[in-house]
Design a protein around this ligand. Structure first.
Ligand code: HEM
Length: 483
């Protein structure tokens, strides 16, 4: 055993004291260092998605999509190492893994052209469509600022004033809101992204990880038993399978739209509260997770995923949520892990990093030479116009206004009607179970009117389950617009 300076330790169990009965000595530098390091073991937990589990694996590209993107990760046969972190969203770092909560599904591809992250969840949509509402959404759903306990009253106070969340809420209260393990769920990039091909042409794409293990969820009646059995069910299941050599796999599918297609829908395809219903999917590769990290902190805690981490051939769309996310992740990571977090082994790209970003807390980049600027005649860093961002046509004035085609309810209804009878019943049981705790009558009635607008059968079943006044719900519903 050594101290942090590498010198050997003589005794790690007895502090140095002044005689047999005297006080402990300040000169015991091994003791002082050990306590100092222990006192600093924790870093800030992620502001959301604090509870997570990570695993390593590889992604193998299967089909030629060079007509869509120059991204080398998609060249057929290319094997790319990956690190995936699954998570819950609202709970603290030590919280139970079973909760009615979206699951994070974040994948870091260590490609030959730099790191690319798909920072997605297990649903194809989200609650809100503008990043400016994200801190409010999180405050309302995290534990109360007074009691420290999550409170349906606060969550539904927000949702009653956020009709665009109706689609996601309908999915969340369906059984798919409670996957029985990380292996038995799909993953989605949620937003539209852009693919750029050799000619500079743009296509809009959505990503979908399809679980080879199939989908399995926990029904409301089985939730108490399942949570009672194991708080860490999701991590134990994933690591248990990998330890046995039963490596979980997901196939990556894409949906593709031309820019000229965007105007054709009765909803806005760049609104992340909407799925691209009816647009065919094509398979582009397969991911296998096959290795459990040796060190939880250095992998799962220190990993830093960001939607802004892209590679040539992949760019952000104009989706307003994605645009906000393009800023927020690196920003929080500079606070959570420090400005040089990208030099940590779990975040370091395989390709060489060559730029003039330098110094700062804990820097160890090893960059050399005194020309730390560009342009320079002496030491030019090469750049290629091939890697410039694509061009996006624009019109109009700067503005602060909602999108035109809001359509808050239609897709929620389509989803509800697609469920088998038993799942419709489970959805009503789970949703009424939480709405019952809403003491603010106005919010409760507003929420039921949203679900009633999405689908009258869903509305009626909720009215019955909650014992609310149906004519008052009808009155509220008649004032709602789905435009
Ligand atoms: C503008 C809206 C959003 C903002 C500002 C935001 C912000 C954040 C922040 C600050 C973190 C913590 C990152 C870290 O400490 O490393 C995080 C984590 C995460 N977010 Fe978001 N988020 C937003 C929307 C979304 C959406 C729509 C999705 C799903 C598509 C999503 C998926 C995730 C995932 C999976 C993680 C965990 C990544 C990991 O495992 O480390 N977020 N988000």
């Amino acid at each position: 055993m050594t101290r942090d300076n590498g010198s050997p330790v003589g005794d790690n169990e007895n502090s140095q004291t002044a005689g047999a009965a005297g006080p402990v000595l300040l000169q015991d530098s091994h003791l002082i260092e050990k306590l100092q390091r222990f006192d600093r073991e924790r870093i800030p937990e992620r502001v959301v998605h604090a509870r997570g589990t990570g695993a390593f694996g590889e992604f193998v590209a299967s089909s030629d999509i060079s007509d869509l993107t120059v991204a080398q990760v998609f060249k057929p046969g290319t094997k790319t190492p990956v690190f995936v972190r699954f998570s819950t969203v609202m709970g603290y770092r030590g919280s139970p893994e079973q909760a009615r909560d979206p699951r994070g599904f974040a994948t870091k591809f260590y490609t030959t052209q730099g790191n690319w992250d798909i920072v997605g969840i297990n649903k194809g949509i989200f609650f809100i469509r503008d990043a400016i509402k994200f801190p409010d959404f999180v405050h309302a759903n995290k534990p109360s600022a007074v009691t420290g306990v999550q409170d349906a009253n606060l969550a539904f106070d927000f949702f009653a004033n956020t009709p665009e969340a109706t689609n996601m809420l309908t999915h969340m209260y369906a059984n798919e809101g409670m996957p029985d393990s990380y292996r038995h769920m799909d993953g989605f990039g949620v937003h539209a992204f852009k693919f750029i091909n050799e000619k500079g042409e743009v296509h809009y794409v959505k990503f979908h990880w399809r679980s080879d293990q199939g989908l399995q969820n926990i029904r409301p009646k089985d939730i108490p038993a399942s949570i009672g059995n194991d708080w860490n069910l999701m991590s134990n299941d994933l690591y248990g399978a990998i330890k046995k050599g039963d490596f979980p796999r997901w196939d990556l599918y894409i949906q593709v739209l031309k820019p000229s297609d965007l105007a054709k829908f009765d909803y806005d395809p760049l609104d992340d509260t909407k799925e691209w219903i009816g647009i065919p999917e094509q398979k582009v590769g397969t991911m296998t997770l096959n290795r459990i990290p040796d060190n939880y902190f250095e992998s799962t805690e220190e990993s830093a995923f960001a939607p802004s981490r892209m590679i040539p051939g992949i760019e952000p769309s104009e989706d307003r949520m994605l645009q906000g996310r393009m800023f927020a992740y690196a920003d929080t990571q500079m606070y959570r892990l420090g400005p040089n977090y990208n030099s940590l082994p779990i975040n370091r790209p395989l390709s060489e990093v060559t730029n003039n970003n330098q110094d700062g807390l804990m820097n160890s980049s090893g960059r050399r030479g005194e020309v730390n600027f560009e342009p320079s005649t002496v030491a030019e860093i090469s750049q290629s116009p091939r890697f410039k961002y694509s061009n996006t046509p624009l019109s109009g004035v700067t503005q602060q206004a909602a999108i035109h085609k809001k359509q808050p309810f239609k897709q929620a209804g389509i989803f509800y009607r697609s469920l088998p009878e038993s799942e419709k019943t489970d959805l009503v049981t789970a949703l009424a179970g939480d709405l019952r705790h809403v003491t603010n009558e106005q919010n409760k009635y507003t929420m039921v009117s949203y679900f009633n607008k999405a689908d009258a059968d869903l509305g009626h079943r909720l009215e019955e389950a909650l014992g609310v006044d149906a004519s008052r719900i009808d009155g509220l519903t008649s004032k709602l617009s789905d435009n």
